[in-house]
Design a protein around this ligand. Structure first.
Ligand SMILES: Cc1ncc(COP(=O)(O)O)c(C=O)c1O
Length: 426
């Protein structure tokens, strides 16, 4: 079972007498303490994934920019920074949170997409490296900040990823500047005296084979030879996670050797060892996180049994947005005779389905389900849709301590920014 892989990586999760415990505590007790649903993260796993990736590459000027859109909770960012990673950000809000987590300006890379001048200005004020995503954004940037350094995001013509909505290279994507526009990049740069100091790409999210990633990296390196004073190349994120039991995970060590080969070869051909970045999000945090949710109803329709829990797509969006699969563990009966169940949430939409026709040990009201691999694009995509409260986040530290790293929303959070007749509400 997939849960055993997590148990191997962390002392935070155990199974005793067929029951899933977290830091030795029953899950229903945790939900009593912190409210249901509840995100739980295991520090061990985050550190392990940072180290595994760092150790896979030996090129001396390599850095990993954690893509904080995957999870931007500050306590987790601090752990990731302690492991020596930098960050990739995509908004002033992420710059703000990264700075609060302790990242220095030179450790932050703003990979922008369709931003207004104010967002560029915010990044410039904070002296943060910026990448622009289109010729018109390069014009906008150049007009306002002539004489600056800037990076450009290239679409290398190759995409990959777990769903068409997250493939960000190739023909059907809004991202990056097309290879056929290299001359225009140079013209705009010349017009505004911009120094193109970096190239970046990101071809998509959650690939489990690295062939396309490396092929696109090679394309980017070939393009880079058209620019004579680059300081860095960023080949993006997307490193996949094995959500389904039995799937082969991404071969990180194999990927690392391929990256070393690409980076060293480029250094020879370019005549200089420039910096290389990657920007993984999911790989760093996904497997560290569990979402605990309480079962509130069991409905036996003629053709389908629904297990209704208190966690809808406002809490975990991925199944609804991408049809994503997350392994589910019955916390009170980890192993047991299985029945076919559809696990659904408490949001007022038929699409609010966490798992369809899943074989699970018999589930009853008041049981707790643990949804695995929920650390990435879980809380960071959560919302207050249906005026529901977003859950708390709990960290189980490597020392086995429990720390609440985000409080559960309160009802007053729903109205805290609202006004009626220019007056605060409530
Ligand atoms: C520009 C960019 N970099 C990095 C990432 C991180 O992707 P992943 O979490 O799959 O590694 C994303 C994800 O959307 C992205 O858009």
């Amino acid at each position: 079972m997939k849960i055993n892989q997590l148990i191997e990586k962390t002392g935070a999760v155990t199974i005793e007498q067929n029951e899933l415990l977290i830091s030795g505590i029953r899950t229903e007790d945790l939900l009593e303490m912190y409210g249901s649903p509840l995100y739980v993260y295991c520090e061990d796993v985050i550190r392990d994934h940072c180290r595994r990736l760092k150790n896979a590459v030996s090129y001396p000027h390599f850095s990993i920019n954690y893509s904080m859109k995957a999870n931007s909770t500050i306590a987790l960012l601090k752990i990731i920074r302690e492991e020596g990673l930098s960050v990739d950000v995509m908004s002033p809000g992420e710059i703000y949170c990264a700075t609060l987590a302790g990242f220095k300006k030179e450790e932050i890379f703003f990979v922008s997409n369709n931003v207004d001048l104010q967002e560029f200005a915010y990044a410039k004020e904070h002296d943060i490296r910026i990448s622009v995503d289109s010729l018109s954004q390069l014009e906008m940037f150049g007009k306002a900040f002539s004489g600056s350094k800037v990076a450009v995001r290239i679409n290398p013509g190759i995409g990959d990823g777990h769903h068409k909505k997250v493939i960000t290279g190739g023909d059907a994507t809004k991202f990056g500047i097309h290879v056929s526009h290299l001359d225009s990049i140079k013209e705009i740069a010349k017009k505004y005296d911009l120094h193109i100091h970096g190239l970046n790409m990101h071809i998509g999210s959650n690939f489990l084979e690295y062939g396309s990633y490396m092929a696109a990296g090679k394309v980017l390196c070939d393009i880079a030879k058209n620019f004579d004073s680059l300081e860095f190349i960023d080949i993006g994120g997307g490193l996949g996670v094995n959500y389904k039991e039995g799937n082969k995970g991404l071969d990180i060590e194999g990927l690392g050797s391929n990256m070393d080969r690409l980076f060293n070869q480029f250094a020879i051909e370019y005549g200089k060892e420039i910096k290389f970045f990657i920007e993984p999000g999911r790989f760093i945090v996904a497997e560290s996180g569990l979402l605990l949710t309480r079962v509130c109803s069991r409905k036996e329709n003629p053709n389908r049994t629904y297990i209704g829990c208190d966690s809808g797509f406002n809490v975990l969006m991925r199944p609804m947005a991408y049809g994503s699969y997350h392994e589910i563990v019955h916390c009170q009966s980890v192993e047991g005779e299985r029945e076919t169940l559809s696990v659904v949430g408490n949001i007022c939409e038929t699409g609010d389905i966490l798992a369809e026709n899943r074989a699970l040990p018999k589930v009853n009201v008041d049981n707790v389900l643990a949804i695995l691999d929920a650390g990435a694009y879980g809380y960071s995509m959560a919302s207050n849709y249906n005026s529901r409260l977003r859950p708390a986040e709990l960290l189980v530290t490597s020392a086995g301590e429990r720390q609440i790293i985000r409080k559960r929303d309160e009802l007053t959070d729903l109205i805290s920014s609202q006004l009626v007749n220019n007056e605060p509400v409530g």
